[in-house]
Design a protein around this ligand. Structure first.
Ligand code: 2HA
Ligand code: ZN
Length: 263
C-alpha cells in the first residue's frame, strides 16, 4: 500500500466508528520524499497556500493533509479530491504536489496541526501524525465533568486496566475555544510538549504519535475509557481500579506514568 492508501484506510475506520460525521475531523501525516515519489513527482508544485504561523522547523517536510470541508465518509471513493500532499516550502508557505483535485485547500485546522507537529517533534523526533476527531464519549464527558486534565487523566486511567499503559502521560483538556483559529492552535500546541492527546471541550480530541496504528490505537483507547465512564457514571459503583492497582500495573509493565495524579 502507498501512504495515501494507508491514510484512507484509517480515515475510513474513523468514519465507521462514528467519530467523523459530515466534514468533522482532519489529519496531517509527515511522509518521506520516497513515499511521496510512489504517488507523484515530489518536485512539481501546482498551488501554494500561505499561513501566518511560523513553519521554519518543518521546511522541506512533506505532509498528507485532509482537505477543508472533506467528508471522511468519501475518502475511499474520492481520495484525490479529499486529500493533498504538501511540501513546506518556506516559513509561511505550503506547496501542493498532489491531490485537492477539485480545487480544495488544506483543512481550516492546518495551522493547529502544524503547530502541534512542531512541538511534538521537539520531544519525539519520530512523531509523524496528528489526527483530530469527534469522539462521542469524550465530548459527553466534557459536558458533565470538570474541564481539568488531572480529573480526566485519573478518571480515564481508572476505567480500564489498559488506559495507563496506552497513555501514561495522561490526557490534557482545554476549555471551549473557537475552532479553526490561532488561539486554539497555540493552546493545543503548548500542551503537546507534555501530552500526545488534547481534549477540546464540547468538540473532540487531538491525538498525535509516530504511526497510523499508534495514533488510531490511542484514540480508540481514550474513547473506550470515556465510553465506559459514560455507561457507569450514574450507576452505583461496587468496586474500581485503585491508585495501588495502577501503581502495580506501572511496575509490571515498566510504565513511566505522569506523577501528581494518583500519588
Ligand atoms: O474539519 O472538525 O474542527 C472540521 C472540524 C473542525
Ligand atoms: Zn472538529
Amino acid at each position: 500500500m502507498n501512504v495515501i492508501e494507508e491514510v484512507v484506510e484509517i480515515l475510513d475506520l474513523l468514519y465507521k466508528h462514528g467519530w467523523d460525521e459530515r466534514n468533522g475531523g482532519n489529519l496531517s501525516y509527515i511522509v518521506t520524499r520516497e513515499e511521496v515519489s510512489e504517488v507523484t513527482n515530489p518536485d512539481i508544485v501546482s498551488r501554494t497556500f500561505k499561513y501566518n504561523c511560523d513553519m521554519t522547523d518543518l521546511i522541506g517536510k512533506y505532509f498528507v493533509i485532509t482537505a477543508s470541508g472533506s467528508y471522511f465518509k468519501n475518502m475511499v471513493k474520492a481520495s484525490e479530491e479529499n486529500l493533498g500532499i504538501l511540501k513546506v516550502l518556506d516559513k509561511n508557505t505550503l506547496g501542493l504536489v498532489w491531490g485537492y483535485s477539485s480545487g480544495a485547500h488544506p483543512t481550516s485546522e492546518a495551522p493547529t496541526h502544524l503547530r502541534c507537529h512542531i512541538e511534538r517533534l521537539k520531544v519525539d523526533k519520530e512523531s509523524r501524525l496528528v489526527i483530530h476527531c469527534h469522539t462521542t464519549n469524550i465530548i459527553c464527558m466534557t459536558h458533565i465533568c470538570p474541564l481539568d486534565s488531572k480529573f480526566f487523566t485519573e478518571t480515564l486511567w481508572k476505567m480500564q486496566t489498559e488506559s495507563i499503559v496506552v497513555f501514561p502521560e495522561g490526557v490534557a483538556v482545554l476549555p471551549w475555544i473557537l475552532c479553526g483559529g490561532d488561539l486554539i492552535g497555540i493552546e493545543t500546541a503548548k500542551l503537546m510538549s507534555e501530552y500526545r492527546s488534547v481534549v477540546w471541550a464540547q468538540h473532540g480530541l487531538f491525538a498525535t504519535g509516530k504511526s497510523l496504528d499508534e495514533v488510531f490505537g490511542l484514540i480508540e483507547t481514550i474513547e473506550k475509557a470515556a465510553e465506559i465512564y459514560m455507561k457507569i457514571c450514574d450507576k452505583k459503583i461496587m468496586q474500581s481500579i485503585s491508585n495501588d492497582n495502577l501503581k502495580e500495573i506501572a511496575v509490571a509493565f515498566n510504565i513511566n506514568y505522569r506523577k501528581g495524579i494518583i500519588d
